[in-house]
Design a protein around this ligand. Structure first.
Ligand code: T6T
Length: 323
């Protein structure tokens, strides 16, 4: 059966199943990219707030590292327990397609949060990865562009920078890098962007990579840490080298430690995502689908830029991630 027809049949089945089941009995499982990351801990806080508001259950279950090889058995175990819906941050846009198809084939509706599979265009009737019902996330290309603009302004629009990133194949961090590169090449011809350094989500590796880039480029003037661990590592590397005054650090994500680094002047700005919003609206979207409502195929959430000017503002506190 073509994907499109499968989806249509699935949506019809979902409507009647939703109507038949008592709403209080609904159980949704949220599978994060990894369990020990303040970004996903905050997402779960939002998900639990929505679960409480709706009187349903949301379970949080995931692997300890951001790795499709570790996420797949977690997903298979969740499929075996048969929740009413799965919210998942797929850890690889291609490698998680087949594991997620097993959930869809078992009749479990899927919504992806934070990251996507395929090209992130769902319910289109084309491609082999359009079967999730919705994608709820930050606009990561726009976020990468924002990071580039903050970097360029802090550096006086000239100098040498690089991106510290996790690994290719992750939709979010790929798009941040893409947005960052596009903004730099379109608008800042005097900024040279060096080769990206991939750190496997390991802050220590990201820190030592800064030392290696510095050894090759003593005039390095900026690092963009494209996610929480990349940013932490980049900041630590800059600090160990005593280069705070020469190097601009722009962080994606806003855990407490990065916010402290803004206060101390080590990090110039953090692009804070709104993970609690992603979790909250993920659960609401799943609930809506399970109770027979139609839902948007994408829901975009916002950003808040934290820098020295607003870091102590009381309205900013809610955007700092929970640990
Ligand atoms: O930046 C977030 C998330 O958006 C990304 O997909 C993976 O890394 C984080 O979880 C931060 O560590």
């Amino acid at each position: 059966m073509k994907n499109f027809f499968k989806t249509a049949v699935f949506a019809a089945a979902l409507g009647s199943a939703g109507a038949a089941q008592s709403q209080e009995d609904l159980t949704i499982t949220l599978i994060p990219g990894l369990t020990t990351d303040a970004f996903y801990i905050t997402m779960n806080r939002g998900a639990q707030a929505a679960a409480e508001a709706l009187g349903i259950t949301v379970n949080f279950q995931g692997a300890e590292e951001f790795d499709p090889v570790l996420q797949t058995p977690v997903l298979d175990a969740v499929i075996g327990r048969g929740p009413d819906a799965i919210l998942i941050a797929p850890t690889d846009s291609n490698q998680m397609i087949e594991p997620l198809r097993r959930a869809a084939d078992a009749g479990i509706p899927i919504i992806t949060v934070d990251t996507f599979i395929g090209d992130g265009m769902y319910q289109t009737g084309s491609g082999d990865a359009d079967f999730p019902l919705s994608y709820i996330a930050s606009d990561n290309i726009a976020g990468g562009r924002m990071a580039a603009r903050y970097m360029a302004e802090a550096m006086g629009a000239a100098g040498k920078v690089y991106v510290s990133n996790v690994r290719p194949g992750i939709s979010t961090t790929d798009q941040r890098e893409e947005g960052f590169m596009a903004e730099m090449s379109e608008n800042y011809p005097e900024i040279e962007v060096l080769q990206t350094q991939y750190n496997e989500n390991d802050a220590s590796l990201a820190a030592s990579q800064f030392q290696a880039v510095l050894a090759r480029n003593p005039d390095i003037s900026g690092v963009f840490g494209a996610n929480l661990f990349s940013a932490l590592g980049a900041a630590n590397g800059v600090e160990s080298a005593g280069m705070e005054d020469q190097v601009t650090v722009i962080a994606f994500d806003a855990p407490e430690s990065i916010v402290n680094n803004i206060t101390s002047g080590l990090v110039d700005a953090a692009i804070a995502q709104h993970p609690a919003e992603i979790g909250y609206f993920g659960v609401v979207a799943a609930y809506a689908a399970l109770t027979g409502q139609s839902i948007p195929t994408t829901i975009g959430t916002g950003f808040t830029v934290i820098d020295a000017d607003n870091v102590d503002d009381e309205n900013i506190a809610k955007f700092i991630y929970s640990e």
